[in-house]
Write a protein that binds this ligand. Structure first.
Ligand SMILES: [Zn+2]
Length: 290
């Protein structure tokens, strides 16, 4: 399976000289099987970087959305294929408390965006019920779901294909002060033995006193979870918008040093792609895209 990161920033886009290494676009990850079947995860501003890949794409496009916070849907109006009559898109929406499952389209109401969603020439199917299922097939992948611990809820997805397992868990607070939608033990079970875990880790321990309950996890909490669940490779995502490249590089080096030989982890970089060749992390090869 191939993994490509197109947007890794949390909360809001952060262009500028301090984010050129890790990237400033909001959540969007692309997974592709060896036979070419693929799924897009979330449509933050990073999804616009997929426009070239899908320019002449003739097959249905599959998009899995975790929840409707801006940083997970705001790139959708700029995803060029939606303006082509030849495009078919199937969107699976996450399960949220406010049940505003069509928000990804309704943001194109004329108020926030000049083109109204009901004027789009493409054929868009919105599946608002599928994520209620614990397991379902999607374009060659087997998908399992788990409710996120996050204000207004949302859905985490685990995708299996090519005999490999990738878990996409964002935004998620592993140890919230409010009633959990999923317990620590359920998260361990959900991501158990994953080849790759992509998990929100927006906070440092210093952030917690102020931000406990805001719906995100710390680096240490996510690393602990990954180790308990026997994850091969961990990527942090949903980077804090105020954190600079230099700060992330420092945090990454420090945590990698502290966990040496216990866990392989990295902060996801926008524009990076990986292929999982075998179960062993050493064979996950990184190819930095331009
Ligand atoms: Zn969120």
């Amino acid at each position: 399976m191939k993994i490509e990161f197109y947007g890794v920033r949390g909360s809001m886009p952060t262009p500028g000289e301090n984010t050129v290494v890790y990237g400033g676009n909001t959540s969007c990850v692309y997974l592709e099987l060896s036979n070419g079947n693929n799924v897009i995860l979330d449509s933050g501003t990073g999804i616009a970087k997929l426009n070239a890949k899908f320019k002449s794409y003739k097959r249905p496009i599959h998009l899995l959305v975790t929840h409707n916070h801006w940083d997970h849907i705001q790139g959708f109006p700029y995803f060029a294929p939606i303006y082509s009559k030849d495009t078919t898109i199937e969107i699976v929406t996450g399960i949220t408390d406010s049940n505003d499952t069509d928000m990804i389209l309704k943001q194109m109401s004329g108020t926030n965006h000049p083109v109204k969603y009901n004027h789009l020439p493409s054929s868009i199917t919105l599946n608002t019920q599928l994520a209620h299922q614990k397991e379902f097939p999607l374009n060659g992948f087997n998908v399992t779901t788990q409710p996120l611990n996050h204000p207004d809820g949302g859905t985490a997805y685990c995708l299996t294909g090519d005999n490999q397992k990738v878990a996409y868990v964002t935004d998620n607070e592993l140890k919230p002060p409010y009633a959990e939608s999923s317990t620590w033990e359920e998260w361990v079970e959900f991501i158990k033995d994953a080849d790759v875990l992509i998990h929100d880790a927006q906070y440092t321990n210093k952030d917690l006193p102020l931000k406990h309950g805001w719906g995100h996890s710390t680096h240490e909490q996510v690393a602990e979870l990954a180790m308990q669940a026997n994850v091969t490779k961990l990527f942090f995502i949903s980077h804090d918008p105020s954190t600079t490249d230099a700060e992330i590089a420092f945090q990454e080096q420090e945590l990698q040093h502290r966990l040496k030989n216990k866990l392989s982890l990295a902060w996801a970089k926008e524009g990076s792609s990986y292929s999982i060749d075998t179960q062993a992390f050493s064979n996950i090869t990184a190819k930095r895209a331009q």
